[in-house]
Design a protein around this ligand. Structure first.
Ligand code: RB5
Length: 149
């Protein structure tokens, strides 16, 4: 199950990504928002991040104007590794190296075609399970344990 969410700046791209994932046989839980009425992106980042952190969803996708605010907010949730990507190389690498569990995209940054390719890389690339990458992720977890309640 993929959790998806956006703010008012990215409803169109969110709907396109949702349809794309469903067309490729994936299940999607849509946490909103659902119109271009102004909302606050952290509210939607939190919904998606919590769904992933609580393992109700396997991965999350967050879209706002830039992807930056969504990624900042999502990364405040313990257990979330949100990668803000505007290219396919990063989307693939962040799955292989960082085991990123949330992707953040900017509707005002990437075109639809590139966004869908980034999404495909993110959902289809497995974590490498390489010992050095596991060690580094564990160090991220240590930082969480030090600074999060
Ligand atoms: C909304 O105008 C915009 O600030 C938001 O979509 C996002 O880009 C924030 O990081």
């Amino acid at each position: 199950m993929i959790a998806i969410g956006c703010d008012h700046a990215a409803v169109k791209l969110k709907n396109t990504i949702k349809e794309h994932l469903i067309a490729h046989g994936m299940e999607v839980e849509d946490f909103g928002c659902f119109s271009d009425a102004s909302v606050d992106y952290p509210d939607y980042a939190l919904k998606v991040a919590e769904a992933v952190a609580e393992q109700k969803c396997d991965k999350g996708i967050l879209i706002c104007g830039t992807g930056i605010g969504m990624s900042m907010a999502a990364n405040k949730v313990k257990g979330v590794r949100c990668a803000h990507c505007s290219d396919t190389f990063s989307a693939k690498a962040t799955r292989q190296h960082n085991d990123a569990n949330v992707l953040a995209l900017g509707e005002r940054v990437v075109g639809v075609g590139l966004a869908l390719e980034i999404v495909d890389c993110f959902v289809n690339t497995p974590f490498s399970n390489d010992e050095r990458h596991i060690r580094r992720i564990n160090k991220i977890n240590d930082i969480e344990s030090k600074y999060f309640k």
